[in-house]
Design a protein around this ligand. Structure first.
Ligand SMILES: [Zn+2]
Length: 130
């Protein structure tokens, strides 16, 4: 699921927008992206801090927010691949990401780590289906 990071120029908050598909992203962009907090249509795209060209899915290019999306997915094999790859990349120079990796290796649940690291407010989500 594509995720993009923005900063809202109206309220100054970091905004992460996720879309069901790239087509949905294009549609939303054509319609005009708005801030989930204050509804301003004044978002500036933030450029990924790390960009390493690699075949396949490049976890090294993920922002910390996108990494949390992977953790949120709870797919342990994908999480393992992410950290295996990120371990060889600049992403692991980020102390927060290194700590996440170490805590995962100690068997801590992705959910509890995520709660500690999710420092930016998130838009209200619908209640889980279960
Ligand atoms: Zn805003």
């Amino acid at each position: 699921m594509p995720a993009y990071e923005y900063r809202c120029n109206a309220c100054g908050r970091p905004v992460t927008l996720t879309f069901k598909s790239y087509a949905a992203y294009d549609e939303a962009r054509a319609a005009g992206l708005t801030c989930p907090y204050c509804s301003a249509a004044d978002l500036t795209r933030l450029i990924s801090r790390v960009a390493v060209a690699k075949p396949g899915r490049d976890y090294g290019a993920l922002s910390s927010g996108e990494m949390l999306n992977v953790l949120e997915g709870g797919d342990t094999r994908e999480i393992g691949r992410m950290f295996e790859q990120a371990g060889q990349d600049q992403a692991m120079n980020d102390p927060a990401m290194r700590e996440v990796g170490e805590r995962l290796l100690k068997g801590e649940s992705p959910g509890s780590i995520e709660r500690d690291f999710k420092t930016t407010p998130v838009p209200p989500a619908p209640p889980p289906a279960s």
